[in-house]
Design a binder for this molecule. Structure first.
Ligand SMILES: Cc1cc2nc3c(=O)[nH]c(=O)nc-3n(C[C@H](O)[C@H](O)[C@H](O)COP(=O)(O)OP(=O)(O)OC[C@H]3O[C@@H](n4cnc5c(N)ncnc54)[C@H](O)[C@@H]3O)c2cc1C
Length: 395
């Protein structure tokens, strides 16, 4: 694909390519995907290798571990990185793209100092302790309680769908500190040392046999007040920073997920007559998404939070991934649904199953559409009868 790089961008791409050629092959993840321990160790090492060079936070100032780079350089690096089977994904990005940006925006100087460098270097891995059995789409319905006791907060409650909680070092948590307030107002944001007493992590076994998700139970867990982010009662505001970053960060390219170029390759080798209009439409979406992400990254690099419009990135990408993976599998006939060693078919199979999860994780399609309708297009809001009453009166 022609990237239309400016001369400076072309130079940066060449440097990134050279550096990746020298370093990326040592971190090949292909044989290790089913050995979780090896995957985690490799992911930490790859993150460290990037951080040592400044590639883990290209847009950040050099003195803070970045490269003083531009959003475009970040996209260029991701393009080139995605050509290698590297151990990248939520295991690392929950920390680098969700926890750290939230801490840097709402945390104290000490918290920023304590967590930025170790996270950037892969020494600290994070999980996101937001969802609960009755708080997913309706996240403000959180029932996990935090009660102040001296200099600590005592936490009791349950989280669910917590990716990588079983191997994380720290977690970002939202809990209810004042149930007498309305549901969005009585929440507070904390950082949790996952090695603390009072945390019970129970893996959820998936249909694939893997266990990336967990249920997490808190029984009298004590969190020092120094691990609170933002003011008491400002948890919702801090959580929005996390969620907006989450919606910007998905939709990037990954080596193990198919792209439209590969769909064209698959359809051609299958010898079938493709639906050319549909493929052209998908390519338009893919290119549109790419440009839309540039805009979001530019606004992030100016210190802005992109706002509800960021929801479009994940909404469009997850649906595109599902459609193009389905077309790729269909074109292979029965081979599409059988175990295969063919790398391209494997990608379509992975893309098809992962896209279903992606349409739920970090906000379902329906919730994102509601947000876009109400907060981007200004359409009338859903009826929310429990919005303005104390949480204790919500059912
Ligand atoms: C792969 C994956 C990883 C995840 N990782 C994490 C994690 O690390 N940490 C974490 O905290 N959570 C995580 N989650 C949880 C995720 O955030 C929730 O699953 C998601 O927010 C949806 O919540 P729910 O599952 O409770 O579904 P529900 O909220 O119960 O929704 C069920 C259905 O009802 C629809 N619906 C609900 N309300 C409305 C409405 N108002 N209008 C229209 N339709 C509606 C939804 O769209 C959905 O189809 C993960 C989920 C997945 C799939």
């Amino acid at each position: 694909m022609d990237f239309n790089d400016s001369p400076q961008e072309a130079e940066f791409r060449q440097e990134a390519r050279r550096w990746l050629q020298e370093n990326a092959p040592r971190f090949n993840n292909q044989e290790q995907t089913h050995d979780v321990k090896a995957y985690v160790a490799l992911a930490r090492e790859w993150q460290k290798c990037k951080a040592d060079k400044g590639y883990a936070a290209i847009r950040w100032p050099r003195e803070e571990g970045g490269l003083d780079g531009t959003p475009m350089q970040e996209v260029i690096f991701q393009d080139e990185e995605a050509k290698y089977p590297l151990p990248v994904g939520p295991l690392v990005t929950i920390g680098t793209q969700l926890a750290v940006p939230t801490i840097r925006k709402h945390g104290t100087a000490e918290q920023i100092e304590q967590f930025t460098r170790p996270t950037l270097h892969g020494d600290t891995l994070w999980c996101q302790l937001f969802s609960e059995p009755s708080a997913g789409s309706d996240l403000a319905n959180i029932r996990t309680r935090a009660v102040k006791d001296g200099d600590d907060w005592v936490i009791n409650g349950q989280k669910v769908w917590t990716s990588w909680a079983h191997i994380s070092d720290w977690g970002i948590l939202i809990a209810r500190t004042d149930p007498s307030l309305t549901k969005h107002k009585g929440l507070t944001y904390f950082l949790v040392d996952m090695r603390s007493a009072g945390i019970d992590v129970r893996p959820i076994r998936q249909i694939s046999g893997e266990s990336e998700f967990n249920e997490v139970f808190f029984t009298d867990l004590r969190i020092p007040d120094a691990c609170r982010i933002g003011a008491v009662g400002e948890g919702w505001k801090c959580a929005m920073t996390t969620l907006m970053n989450e919606r910007v960060s998905v939709g990037g390219e990954s080596q193990d997920l198919p792209r439209v170029e590969e769909l064209i390759q698959q359809v051609q080798r299958s010898g079938q007559h493709p639906d050319r209009h549909r493929i052209a439409q998908m390519l338009t979406q893919e290119l549109g998404l790419r440009n839309f992400r540039f805009r979001l990254l530019t606004s992030l690099s100016k210190g802005e939070t992109p706002g509800p419009i960021a929801a479009m990135s994940k909404l469009v990408y997850a649906n595109l991934l599902q459609d193009l993976s389905a077309m790729g599998l269909d074109s292979a006939g029965m081979n599409g649904v059988c175990a295969t060693t063919d790398p391209l078919l494997k990608k379509f199979q992975h893309g098809y199953t992962w896209s279903a999860a992606l349409r739920i994780a970090g906000g379902t399609d329906e919730i994102l559409r509601n947000q876009i309708a109400e907060r981007v297009l200004g359409m009338p809001g859903e009826i929310r009868v429990d919005k303005d009453i104390p949480f204790t009166q919500c059912r």
